[in-house]
Write a protein that binds this ligand. Structure first.
Ligand SMILES: [Mn+2]
Length: 348
C-alpha cells in the first residue's frame, strides 16, 4: 500500500508537493475544483453562502493536468487521482437537466484528458446536496478544529445550487426540483453506462465516494450510499473493472448501520477500491464528530490489516484531519495523520 496526500486546488504548489514527499508520501490526490470561488457580485441573497462553480465551457485540459503531474513528479510524487468534478461540468447529469447530453460529452473528453495526462483515477461524488449539514469548530482533542454533525433538519437546496455550489445564479427563486432516491440511482447508472466505456479505453478508474454525511436525506434531497449495503448496490451497477469506490473509512464508520471492518473486508476482497480516505470519527450519523486519526471509534490498524490481507495495493490519503493550534494548522494536522499512517504501514 502507498501513502498519499490530498491537495486542494489552492494547495497545488511546489512547497506542498515537497511537504508531502517529506512526510513519506509517494502519491498525491489532487483537486481541480475551486471550492472557495466567491459568489459574483449581485448574486441573490439566498445564494450568498454558496461558492461559485467553475466555467461550464472549460473542462480541465491535458496541458493543465500534465502540468500538475509534472509539478508532482518534480518532487518525486505520482498523481494517483483527481478528486471531484466541478458542478459546472455535471450539474445537469446530477439533476437530469436540459444540458445533460453536452455535459456527458464534456465528461467523456475530461476522462480522455486524464488518460492522456497519465492520471489513472477520477474520484467523484454523485450527490445533490454534497457535504452539507456539518459544523466546523473546536470539536477534536484539545480543541483541534474539526467537523461535526449534530442535527437532523437542514434547509432545502436553493434552485441554481447543486453539490453545495452555485452553478446557475440566475435560477430560481425557490428550491432544487425534488426527486426520489430511485430516480437518482437511475441517473447514476446512466452516467456510468456512458462514461465507463470511455474510462476503460482511457485507462482511468472511476471511484465513487459515499454520502458524507451518510444520512438517507439531506436538504430535502435523497442520498444513495449512506449505509454499507448500498456499496454493493453501487458496485452491482457495472461489472467494469474501472468501476470502483473511493472508500472513505470515516464516512463508513459514521453510517448508522453496519460495521466498518466488514465493509472494508467486502470491498477490498472484491477488488473494488480505487483509493482510500483513511480517517477516524466518533459517533454515528446524525450525531458524530471527526477526530484525530488515533482518537476515534475506529481501530485504524485493524482496517489496514484487512486491506493488507485482501491484497489492496493502492493509495491511502488522510482525507480531512483536525486543524492544530500553530502557525500552520492544516500542515500540522496532515503531518500528524501522515506520520501515524506511515507508522501503521511500516508495521502492518
Ligand atoms: Mn472522504
Amino acid at each position: 500500500m502507498k501513502l498519499g496526500l490530498g491537495l486542494n486546488r489552492h494547495r497545488l504548489t511546489p512547497e506542498n508537493f515537497r511537504f508531502a514527499a517529506q512526510a513519506g508520501c509517494t502519491h498525491v490526490v489532487v483537486h481541480c475544483v475551486d471550492y472557495a470561488r466567491a459568489p459574483a457580485p449581485g448574486v441573490p441573497e439566498r445564494l450568498r453562502g454558496y461558492a461559485m462553480a467553475g466555467n461550464p465551457a472549460e473542462i480541465w485540459s491535458v496541458a493543465e493536468l500534465s502540468a500538475i503531474r509534472r509539478q508532482a513528479e518534480a518532487e518525486g510524487l505520482m498523481v494517483a487521482a483527481v478528486e471531484n468534478l466541478d458542478p459546472a461540468h455535471w450539474s445537469d447529469v446530477l439533476l437530469d437537466g436540459p444540458r445533460r447530453a453536452p455535459q456527458i460529452a464534456k465528461l467523456k473528453a475530461l476522462v480522455r484528458n486524464l488518460g492522456t495526462a497519465g492520471i489513472p483515477c477520477l474520484g467523484y461524488y454523485f450527490s445533490l446536496a454534497g457535504t452539507a449539514g456539518r459544523l466546523e469548530g473546536p470539536f477534536a482533542r484539545g480543541g483541534g478544529i474539526s467537523l461535526k454533525m449534530d442535527q437532523t433538519a437542514t434547509n432545502p437546496v436553493p434552485a441554481g445550487v447543486v453539490w453545495n455550489m452555485t452553478y446557475d445564479p440566475a435560477a430560481g427563486p425557490g428550491f432544487q426540483y425534488a426527486t426520489s432516491a430511485e430516480a437518482l440511482w437511475d441517473r447514476l447508472r446512466c452516467f456510468l453506462d456512458e462514461i465507463l466505456p470511455v474510462a476503460e479505453e482511457a485507462g482511468v478508474t472511476l471511484a465513487a465516494h459515499p454520502d458524507d454525511p451518510p444520512v438517507p436525506e439531506l436538504q430535502s434531497t435523497p442520498r444513495l450510499v449512506y449505509r454499507p449495503e448500498a456499496y454493493q448496490r453501487l458496485i452491482d451497477l457495472s461489472p467494469s473493472p474501472r468501476h470502483c469506490v473511493e472508500f472513505c473509512v470515516g464516512t463508513t464508520a459514521e453510517m448508522a448501520e453496519g460495521d466498518v471492518y466488514e465493509t472494508t473486508d467486502r470491498l477490498s476482497r472484491a477488488g473494488r477500491i480505487g483509493y482510500v480516505h483513511f480517517r477516524n470519527v466518533r459517533g454515528k450519523a446524525p450525531h458524530y464528530c471527526e477526530t484525530f486519526i488515533d482518537d476515534g471509534d475506529v481501530d485504524m490498524a485493524r482496517v489496514l490489516g484487512i486491506l493488507k490481507r485482501n491484497g489492496f495495493n493502492g493509495v491511502l490519503i488522510p482525507d480531512h484531519a483536525p486543524l492544530m493550534s500553530c502557525d500552520a494548522p492544516w500542515h500540522a494536522g496532515m503531518a500528524f495523520a501522515l506520520g501515524y499512517m506511515r507508522a501503521l504501514l511500516q508495521k502492518v
